[in-house]
Design a binder for this molecule. Structure first.
Ligand code: MN
Length: 726
């Protein structure tokens, strides 16, 4: 396993040259030289120059035939973290891909690996995977960790233990998940050596006893099988081995089995060309040796989530010694050996970038899938990694993980920790740097909240807009509700007045009182206060308020407002679907007395400093107004512009024979035609018919005609008319 080998660049070059695959040797050499200069003078605790570590990592990845960029990134993987080199410089020299890989490896290296509890470990694995958007990042990290494990002997004991726990909890399961079994097994065996030196030694000793006999046994079995399948062409590859120490350890110590009871000490592998041959060989093996019941598994017809395919069976030799046989095709074998990395191994050419390709859908799938009940060998707990894009995982400085909705800010984080932390927050640091409170957090961020105990500390009103989660918003609202009644009333009042002006509603205390009562508030102040702390959403109830207003206030007054209030409103210039003759770019609104639709003949009324209000030519208000001389000059020609995408309000008056579900049928017809419904009123007429008045949004006259036709087809409908009435 090349333990303890000190790697030189020469070894890497020799390896590069020995491979069939094309590599950009010049680029790799440049990466090596850059790393060498950067790490100049740094030493590993083994006493070797630091550069031997990145070379070793690159070497491991070369065994997996990873692409040029991955090899370069491996050589450079520690320079940003450990030396003065900036990511920008790497980007300039080696391109975006290498820079992103180095950045990714650096970042996941900063994730605090805390092993308190299993649930937490699972979160961390999720984070590591989620942060490695490019799967090559995690592959480099696995190689990095593997080399660190191989050279762990020179580190102090507490470091050995910590690193081994991390490896066992996070990296080995990820390697397993990605199907990189040889990495997984080596990591586990190395970690076990430090975590339970005695147990490790014991198994090593047991395996050592009769070592010769064991090897002999494997050879005999291999020969027997080879003999029986000699007619298969090309000849199958037959391998035999003693299984990994850790897999035996688990059975002895975790499952409490006797060393003698362990079936899986020996494993024989038969690699053939076709699937047909796999089953054929299985039949032969079962014919030669007695199979142990329930130990047969067909991962060919049902592959593991990580695409592992193979037939597994355990049989007993004539000598009474059980052993496992794995049968698979060459292709399945490659997948089993290299897992995810197999993609690069069999990809020709220099660059293995996956950016433009159809990405690794199957990786996503295995990551998203729940781990199936795995075979006995892998009692490693299920690693459910769902890369849900709607969640981010954020760390406290202590390494606890807080899960938040994507888009969450520092404020959400503070409230997620504790309500009081939120209320007392005065600032925040992400990754040790002060940030603004609207900073959107990303998976892996380490966030520290700065709080104050001052009497004046408390959330700010605009936090309600910054916070993303309902939890945080609710807490902020309840704080304002409790702590700041006067302020709330003032804030709510101002907000309501602004909204009223925007909607051309005159401020009138009686009217507001009326609305407050309808909203079930005892008085106007309570109503204002509720708006102030966000308990009432004004924008939600605004349509209803407008409706009320239309009912209560005379149509003629709608357009006329005092000058000073109007000036503010005119700042909001909008270009609508109507062209007013002689006036450019003016504020246009549609008279609510007649709700003109595109296609209607219209006229404009210049209100006092307030823009133009557009009426239908047959509007009663226009007809009566034009009779008065003082108004005449204010009426101007208006016509519809050629194209409008606006939705206009119209009121439809429907008479129908009363029956159950009549209103439902009408609204379904409207909704089915994508017509927004603003209001529906219905009552029974004296003659027993039903009258439904519905206000809807329409695109224009043609649309109106079309909808009227549709409504007339509803069973029982007698007439449908558009009304200009209030
Ligand atoms: Mn490293």
């Amino acid at each position: 396993m090349m333990n303890g080998v000190v790697y030189s660049f020469k070894m890497l070059l020799d390896k590069l040259n020995s491979l069939d695959k094309q590599y950009d040797i010049e680029k790799i050499t440049l990466a090596y030289e850059t790393a060498k200069t950067a790490h100049e003078g740094q030493m590993r605790s083994s006493g070797d120059p630091y550069i031997t570590h990145p070379i070793a990592v690159a070497y491991i990845l070369l065994e997996y035939m990873m692409d040029t960029d991955t090899i370069c990134a491996a050589l450079l993987h520690d320079v940003v973290e450990d030396t003065g080199i900036e990511l920008e410089a790497i980007k300039k020299q080696f391109g975006e891909d290498v820079a992103n890989l180095v950045d990714g490896v650096t970042k996941i290296g900063l994730v605090p690996l805390n092993t308190k509890e299993e649930q937490h470990a699972e979160n961390i694995r999720k984070i590591l995977m989620a942060m490695s958007k490019d799967i090559r990042v995690i592959i480099i990290k696995l190689a990095d960790r593997l080399h660190n494990m191989r050279t762990l002997a020179s580190r102090p004991p507490e470091k050995q233990r910590k690193t081994s726990v991390e490896t066992m909890s996070f990296y080995a399961p990820i390697a397993h998940r990605l199907g990189m079994y040889s990495v997984k097994e080596e990591m586990e065996d190395l970690a076990l050596r430090y975590l339970d030196p005695f147990g490790f030694k014991e198994i090593e000793n047991m395996l050592d006893i009769h070592k010769e006999q064991r090897e002999n046994f494997i050879d005999i079995i291999k020969a027997r099988i080879r003999d029986r399948i000699s007619d298969i062409q090309p000849p199958p590859i037959i391998e035999g081995r003693v299984k990994s120490i850790y897999s035996i350890y688990k059975k002895v110590y975790v499952k409490g089995k006797n060393f003698d009871e362990i079936y899986d000490v020996y494993a024989v592998r038969v690699i053939v060309t076709t699937v047909f041959e796999c089953y054929n060989v299985l039949g032969i093996v079962h014919d030669m040796f007695r199979p142990i019941p329930y130990r047969f598994k067909d991962y060919i017809s049902t592959p593991k989530p990580n695409r592992y395919q193979s037939l597994h069976t355990t049989v007993i030799s004539r000598e009474g010694i059980p052993f496992e046989v794995q049968i698979r095709t060459v292709e399945m074998h490659n997948t089993a050996q290299y897992g995810v990395a197999a993609h690069w191994k069999y990809k020709a050419g220099i660059s293995g970038s996956v950016a433009g390709e159809k990405r690794f859908d199957w990786i996503r799938q295995i990551l998203e899938q729940q781990q199936e009940a795995d075979d006995v060998e892998h009692i490693t707990e299920a690693i459910k990694i769902d890369l849900t894009p709607d969640e981010v995982y954020i760390f406290t400085p202590k390494g606890d993980v807080i899960t938040l909705a994507t888009g969450s800010t520092v404020i959400d984080f503070a409230y997620a920790i504790h309500t009081q932390v939120g209320h007392r927050m005065t600032g925040a640091k992400v990754g040790g740097r002060m940030v603004k409170l609207d900073t959107v957090l990303r998976t892996g961020d380490i966030v520290e909240i700065i709080t104050s105990n001052s009497q004046n500390a408390g959330p700010k009103r605009n936090w309600l807009e910054i916070a993303r989660t309902n939890e945080a918003k609710a807490k902020i609202r309840s704080w304002f509700k409790r702590e700041r009644r006067e302020e709330n009333i003032e804030e709510g009042k101002q907000y309501l007045e602004r909204e009223f002006k925007r909607n051309f509603i005159a401020i009138n205390d009686d009217f507001i009182q009326e609305i407050a009562l309808r909203q079930r508030f005892e008085n106007i102040d309570d109503f204002y206060a509720a708006i102030g702390y966000g308990g009432v959403s004004l924008s939600k109830i605004m349509p209803r308020i407008k409706g009320e207003y239309q009912r209560i206030v005379k149509p003629a007054e709608i357009n006329i407002q005092p000058e000073e209030e109007v000036n503010k409103a005119t700042k909001r210039i909008q270009r609508d679907g109507v062209v007013i003759e002689g006036i450019d770019n003016c504020l246009v609104k549609y008279a609510q007395c007649c709700n003109p639709l595109p296609g209607d003949e219209v006229v404009g009324f210049i209100t006092r400093g307030f823009g133009v209000s557009v009426h239908k030519k047959d509007c009663a208000n226009y007809i009566s107004s034009i009779k008065h001389d003082e108004n005449k000059a204010r009426w101007v020609k208006a016509y519809w512009a050629d194209t409008t995408n606006n939705i206009f309000k119209a009121t439809l008056d429907i008479i129908a024979e009363d029956r159950t579900a009549l209103i439902a049928d009408v609204t379904v017809t409207l909704a089915g035609n994508k017509v927004p419904i603003y209001e529906v009123n219905a009552h029974t007429l004296k003659n027993g018919n039903a009258n439904i008045v519905v206000s809807v949004g329409l695109a224009g006259l043609d649309h109106l005609k079309n909808i009227i036709q549709k409504l007339q087809k509803v069973t029982g409908v007698i007439s449908v008319e558009r009304t200009g009435k209030l």
